[in-house]
Design a protein around this ligand. Sequence first.
Ligand code: OGA
Ligand code: NI
Length: 358
Amino acid sequence: MEAAGWPEPVVRVQSLSESGAATIPDRYVKPVHDRPSVHNGTTSGSVSIPVVDLSSPDGSAATARAVSEACREWGFFQAVNHGVPRELLRRARAAWRGFFRLPVEAKQRYANSPATYEGYGSRLGVERGAVLDWGDYYFLHLRPPSSLSAADKWPRLPPDLRDATEEYGREVASLCERLMAAMSAGLSVGPGRLQEEFGGAEGAGVCVRVNYYPRCPQPELTLGLSSHSDPGGMTVLLADERVRGLQVRGRGGEWVTVDPIADAFIVNVGDQIQVLTNATYRSVEHRVMVNADAERLSVAMFYNPRSDLPLAPMAELVSPGAPALYKPMTFDEYRLYIRRKGPRGKSQVESLKAHGDR
Ligand code: OGA
Ligand code: NI
């Protein structure tokens, strides 16, 4: 089962879950301070991430204000009335549920490698002996098209999966373009500036990661996805409509569990937008809990800058009183870190800051 490039044989979490074992292997047991019962601060059931209504016409000042405030305060919000048809959300979820419910053997031909991560995967990072997360996933580049041939890249089953995912990707990408304009207007730099930094609408990259978290016999000892910030531009998450699991770090350091609104998206700022905005907008840590009773599926779309452009804080947001916090780096260089080391909180963007003196 060893795919080229992984440091040790890859084990599918689905297989572990279906084995019926009452305990999880040691490889999945997190250090005590990372376990989901430890809140690292106060939690309050009454606190939640903001909700932003996107129904007003494009360019609305009120929408830009609401988006901008959420990106400054939380780095996360739920987007309602976003315009992506409900039927398409249903199709995308149904197609990927169908895929992950196939037997493990039927999926092995799509096994991924750390060279591009595209395909069926069960770990992030290539460090031998690393503590692993309780989840399998499928990762794909939608734009620009990758070098993998469609036959190796796209699952053949379920039959609707490719069409549903491509259509879903187009719709969510155009939503991201609207959100980019609102984020930009909320910085008072002109509605097209952030998109321009991404290499235009044509230059932006679009990837999808479908996360599948099987049932876990000891959910209190592990995580479905360890704490991380998203390395790219922004993320649009379609969370499971039945099962909660996503937690976001609040300003006081506490973990806040997100209660997804039906058919809403959960939008969050990634590291590249934190860099471009000189930390006006914040890329915030988040993680995923698993549970014993129900599996969970989520579809994350990543909207990224063109990967070969050096990105640094936008000139308009830098002044003698507010020096540039980050040195220029391309997204191609930047994403190697998480691909090698796996999810590690906010350590990468913080480390960039330590050298932000040029
Ligand atoms: C991600 C992510 C959250 C979830 O894929 O980067 O944070 O709820 N997913 O699956
Ligand atoms: Ni994430």
